[in-house]
Structure formats: structure tokens, C-alpha cells
Design a protein around this ligand. Structure first.
Ligand code: ZN
Length: 371
């Protein structure tokens, strides 16, 4: 009797074991052997022609396409939280290039995000620029995105649409969003793709165009990017991606002039022609405002030279990104403020805050530290 009982128990145990193992396999689908683990989600990329919009996006590796008219944008609002400015798409750009803003009470600037969407959103939320749903709550304040949203990270598209949306929402509250060119914006628009995230190579393969064509002049974001400046000033502060060198002044450039030349002759210019022209070539070269590092790494640079530059530009401070630092850092008695706080690594970052005439570092925990 004892033997039978133990045989029955062993049998029951074996049945239990088989069922458990089978269930285990059922919950661990074979799919993982057949398909890559990370499927791409990206977009939308919106192309326009006459009054028609072609919306393309990638969902779990599959390309989706939808055709819309300018007057029927509900789909974009609903699915992507996008409100397009179609008037802007129809008309020829007539921007003035001179971007000087006075009597602004509060400013926030963030630089070199390089696709790190989550960290940028966290910083903007912690400092009450946007709410939990990423909508503008900064009132009449100005926010400066100081270039280099593109390249390295894999959430560039999300960031571009966020900036696009905030620019629209800010205007409704008398605030402003400024997005300035960095060297990486310039590189991507000129099809220099050395630093793009591999995800975007996949995207361009799936959409059957080179990556720069996703930002060509017939795309919503591409056209919008082409209105963006190299330099702006708010109150007594000049904002530019990398810096203003003595050569910038020697070449007779001003904030207005550099924006005009960049927009009219460089962005869509013939690169061979740009490289041959002394002035055009200077603007996109090592000592131009997109690449300059002389405030940090040039022994010949001095506070006297900086004073001449500040006088020429008629400002008291220059805020720059481009050169990665562990924290927001002041140089030359606070006349230069470097705000690329290495957000690109995705671990930690800071934003620059101007409030009541004072400068602060804003940390990702929401702390404000006086500079
Ligand atoms: Zn840069």
C-alpha cells in the first residue's frame, strides 16, 4: 500500500512538473528567437505639398502613412498632440533676423540635449516650465534651447515636436521659446550623419530617404528649423551655441548679420561655394559661433578681449553651450556662462535660470543654486 501511495505521489508530482514547465514555455513566447527585442517607434515625419500633408511614422518597425489636408488636422491633434501652423507653411519666410528682446522677467536656457528627452523633460518639469503632460506653464517667460538637440541619443524626434508645441503654447501666454542652431543641427541639415543614432539610420531606411531629407524644406520641422537663428539677445545677455570669437568681430559680423547670412546663404547653400567663401566658411568653421571653444582652451584669450566683444555686441553676458562641463559654470567674472552640463550622457543635467536680475543653476532635483 505504501509503495502504491508513493508511486501515485511521484506521478502527481511529475504531472505538476510537466504542467508547470509547459505553462512556463507558454508565458515565454518563442517570439524572442524570431524578432529583435527593440522595435522602432518613431515619428511623425510630416511632408507637405500644396495643401496636402503626408504623415509618416513607424510603429513597432512598421511604416504607417496617412494623407491629410491642411484643413483636417484632427488626426494630428488626437494621435500626436500636434497643432500645425499651416499659415506659416504656406507663406514665404519673412523673418527679420534681428532677434533682440528687452524687459524679459524670467529666462530659462537648456543646451546640448542630444536626444535625451526624459532628462530634458524632467528638468523642464522640475523648474515649472511644463506640467506633467508637458504643456507650457511658464507664462510670459522665455525659454532658450541653445542648440544640439540632434545626434547621439534616440529621442530626437520627440524633442523636436516638444519644442515645436511649446513654441506655439508659449506665444498664447505672451511667453517665447527660442530654438537656436547648434553645430549638430547644421550637420544634419547638410547630410553630415557621423553622429546620428543608429535608430535614425533604420528610420531613414524604412522611409526610403536619406536622414537629411526627413528635415528638407518640404517637411514641417525642416521648414521650421530653417527659420531658427544662430544668435539672439534677451535683456543684456547674448545667447549663441558655442561662442563669439574675436574673429567674429574682425569679420564685421553682428547678431543680425550672422542670422541673415546663415539663413539666406548657408543652410541650403551649395557647400562647395560656402567653403570657398571666406566669410561663409568662417561662420561654420572652428572659430565661428557654432564651434568656438576659445573661452576655455585658448591661452591668448583674456578678459580684455572679452570686454571688446561684449561692447561690440552691446551686451554684458554671453551664454553658451557646446563645450561639455559637469555643471553650469561661470567664466571671466560671470561675463561668460557655459551651460552645457553634459545632459548628453543621460545621467545628470542642469538648466540656466535668470530671475530678478540673478543667475542660477537649476538642478534635475528642482534645486536652484545661485551662480
Ligand atoms: Zn555643439
Amino acid at each position: 500500500m505504501k509503495i502504491y501511495l508513493s508511486k501515485i505521489l511521484t506521478g502527481l508530482f511529475l504531472i505538476f512538473l510537466i504542467l508547470t514547465i509547459n505553462k512556463g514555455f507558454a508565458n515565454d513566447p518563442l517570439i524572442q528567437f524570431n524578432e529583435p527585442v527593440n522595435k522602432i517607434n518613431d515619428g511623425p515625419y510630416i511632408f507637405y505639398e500644396n495643401d496636402t500633408l503626408t504623415v509618416q511614422w513607424i510603429k513597432k518597425d512598421k511604416v504607417k502613412t496617412k494623407y491629410l489636408t491642411f484643413n483636417n488636422q484632427k488626426f494630428l491633434n488626437r494621435k500626436f498632440d500636434i497643432q500645425l501652423n499651416t499659415e506659416f507653411l504656406k507663406k514665404v519666410d519673412t523673418s527679420s533676423y534681428s532677434q533682440e528682446y528687452k524687459n524679459v522677467e524670467k529666462i530659462i536656457a537648456i543646451s546640448d540635449i542630444h536626444g535625451q528627452y526624459e532628462l530634458a523633460v524632467k528638468l523642464l518639469q522640475q523648474h515649472n516650465v511644463i506640467d506633467k503632460k508637458n504643456n507650457w506653464i511658464y507664462g510670459s517667460g522665455h525659454v532658450v534651447f541653445l542648440g544640439d538637440i540632434f545626434d547621439r541619443g534616440d529621442k530626437v524626434t520627440e524633442l523636436l515636436w516638444l519644442v515645436y508645441k511649446l513654441e506655439y503654447q508659449a506665444k498664447l501666454q505672451n511667453g517665447m521659446v527660442h530654438y537656436l542652431f547648434g553645430n549638430h543641427e547644421e550637420m544634419v541639415l547638410n547630410n553630415d550623419l557621423r553622429y546620428i543614432n543608429s535608430k535614425y539610420l533604420e528610420t531613414s531606411k524604412k522611409l526610403e530617404v536619406t536622414y537629411d531629407k526627413l528635415y528638407a524644406n518640404n517637411t514641417v520641422i525642416g521648414k521650421w528649423l530653417r527659420t531658427k537663428p544662430l544668435a539672439i539677445s534677451i535683456n543684456d545677455i547674448l545667447f549663441t551655441h558655442a561662442g563669439i570669437s574675436p574673429e567674429f568681430i574682425d569679420n564685421g559680423l553682428t547678431q543680425k548679420k550672422v542670422n541673415k547670412i546663415f539663413s539666406e546663404d548657408i543652410i541650403d547653400g551649395d557647400m562647395m561655394k560656402v567653403l570657398k567663401d571666406t566669410l561663409l566658411n568662417f561662420i561654420i568653421s572652428t572659430n565661428g559661433p557654432l564651434w568656438y571653444r576659445g573661452y576655455y582652451f585658448n591661452n591668448d584669450f583674456s578678459e580684455n578681449i572679452l570686454n571688446t566683444i561684449l561692447n561690440h555686441l552691446n551686451v554684458n553676458h554671453i551664454v553658451i553651450g557646446h563645450t561639455s562641463l559637469p555643471n553650469i559654470t561661470t567664466l571671466y567674472s560671470g561675463k561668460v556662462i557655459g551651460i552645457d552640463s553634459s545632459i548628453k550622457n543621460g545621467d545628470y543635467g542642469e538648466i540656466f535660470i535668470y530671475e530678478n536680475g540673478q543667475f542660477f543653476r537649476g538642478t534635475s532635483n528642482g534645486n536652484k543654486i545661485k551662480l
